[in-house]
Design a protein. Sequence first.
Length: 513
Amino acid sequence: MTLPRVAIIGHFVPMATVIDLPLDPRHAKTLLSLHNYTRVAYEGRLYDHLAYLSKIALRDPNERFSVWEIFLCGPLLLASHLERLGIPTLLVNSIDSDNEVESFERIRSFQPDIIALTTTFVLTQSQMAAVGRRFRQEFPDIFIVAGGQHIYTTLLYMTVAERKDYLKLVMLDAFVNDTQGEGALAALCRSFPQGLKTIPNLIWRDSGGDIHQNSQCLESNDINATPISFDLVPQKAFVHMRTARSCSFKCAFCSYPSIAGELSLMDLELVRSTLRAATEKGLSAVFFTDDTFNVPPDRFERLLDLMIEDGFAIPWYSFLRCQYLDARVVMKMRKAGCAGVYLGVESGSDLVLRNMKKGAVSSFYREGIRWLNEQGITCVGSFMIGFPGETNQTVAETQDFILESGLDYYYVQPFYYLHHTPIHARAGEFGLSGNGLFWRHETMNWQEAVDHVHRLFLAIDSPIHVNPDYTLWEIAYLRGKGMTDESIQLYRREINRLTAVQMRTYGIVSDKP
């Protein structure tokens, strides 16, 4: 039996890294409003932050310079899994305007029978449609399938007819409709092209153009059966990897635990062997994508001990919960190679934290950040404005927290209301209505939240605001490119200065309250 050749695509960025600003100020304002904290206006063009840095630093234009160079966990996991099954696999980690010609040529040269698109970082149906159209344009005769976060959460709200219409809209041949999907993808490869009717969780188009929805049966794959292999990445690569799936917390704004299922932990000896393989490969850095890397805390400390025992010397980064830290554990983190952490603080108000079901109070973060500062571990804090119960007073508490916290970097975003998150079941309690960015509740609406976000950005000079799309990734990536912490800080401050200028120039903010 001849198995198909499969190209795994990690992420496709449909918008160019540099685009022209519209000459009409109204259109320019609309465009900037969408990208205000991720791009800067410069010489009549709108630059992705790293594209701007590359320009002013006079870097070689042929050199890849993007956080999407970091190898993503999902596609690397899928490619490793297919390779172990003997399926010829090409991994294309990411495609954007800077490398798309080269990337599409790599795919064509590989001559795949199947192209599999992951969608972890696809945010909207229009973005997915742009990705689908681009791949169909480049590969009109190849079977293209998409799965992952965006596909599952989007199809969740759709009827069977709407799901079929969405497949037509994005011009693909199949969706894998599951929270995991590695089993369905492997079955698709084994059954391709004749046996697609038998694969659970598949929505697919036959050769006559008719679309079928197969039976649904949620996968529950053994996390120990899908470790990452580093054979598909180059030496000195920066790699995302996981040691757990899902999260043991049930934060009211987050859909991940309900989508991913019960917390599943990789065996620590398997983690240890994977990290040894990372050392042998000569990776430059590792980012652990576990939602709460230090939970359960006893497992986390055992892992730190193993890393110290093995002399693990690759700098690593992770998400972290401060309520499970103490000074002793943080010292171990530093000794084990921790270089930076992402802290989902979300609010400086204990009232809002209770509403969020965060399982934490602000004092936990204050103590944790102090211990992390003492060990020289970089801290990036994320905050959300507008969650139900938010008021002008609680926003002021968040502002005070950010200013006093000792964080190195931070960012603030408005609350985003998803109906498959736990807060939706409590909507009546708060008078919450709307969807996505557009919502209101008894104490705030989305426009007020956006105004607060802008005001906080302009008011807070230290800690330093980071790109909300890149967060800790960008800091870690630039370190890997040889930049010092001081030069990274200077770059971020210059970006923030330009952002403040464009906000006032194009009327994104005004003097009116």
